[in-house]
Design a protein around this ligand. Sequence first.
Ligand SMILES: [Zn+2]
Length: 324
Amino acid sequence: MVQFAEPGRRAKLAAKEHSSGSSNLPSDTDDSVHDSVKGSQPEDGRVNKKKRRWRRFKDDLPEPNGDKSMSKRRNSLSKAARDPRDEPERKEGKKAKVVQGTETRSPTPVIDFDGLSRPSRGTRERLDENSEQAAERLDKMRAAVRTILECVGEDPDREGVLDTPARYAKAMLFFTKGYQQNVKDIVNDAIFHEGHNEMVIVKDIEIFSLCEHHLVPFTGKMHIGYIPADNVIGISKLPRIAEMFSRRLQVQERLTKEVANAIMEVLKPQGVAVVMESSHLCMVMRGVEKTTATTITSCVLGCFERKEKTRNEFLSLVGLNRRM
Ligand SMILES: [Zn+2]
């Protein structure tokens, strides 16, 4: 179940990168590791000596900014609780592995306590809004699209595009309707005890999603397989789970993983495998303009991860083994 740990770890690293900002923290905070390991708080003079000794041991590390930064560091020695931004950065080599080992699963599970999947403040607001707030939201979006029309050089009052802002706003809300849905409502207790333990596959599920980097569609097909542990899920629920996650701003890698993790959590099968092949308009229409390129992503959990034979059976049944 290594996959569960993945998104969390990445998110954590990303958050760290974010919080460390553009300051000169790396070499500075790295010292704090050694300081805290030693634990004691000697007098200032001795600190400097010991620090210099440490420096000699870690020649490979970049030198800090000299005495100025060291006196800055000395002050923080007396402070026990640290700002989280003072945490040493763990990015490469051994230290990164330590992080991997201690994290066993995502800190933000696929299904949250209220049944919403990956909620944010905006999701909540969108779900709970009254008709007045909904109208306000549409107005705001209309104004934004009108601005875009102006910026691309159009005349937003031209007859042909007069209603485009309103149309686009509504379409955009439809493209992202997955934000208002949650796994629990979709599954709706359609889990049945069948004593069935053979592979179940739903293949060629059509996917229409929006790339979160360019707000441009990517479309393709998803194949979902699982091996039940006695319980099976209503077969139509699998495409609906895929649909829910795809109707949000996505990257294909995360979409694949979210679908697999959601099924794993609601059904607790022996294993889940999800493969998706799709074409990204942001790649086809702009950028490298490779019109025939297909992006394939997969996420295998449980027995699919452990057993190569099971994985291969799935891949050949969905018809991917031949081409790969
Ligand atoms: Zn893109």
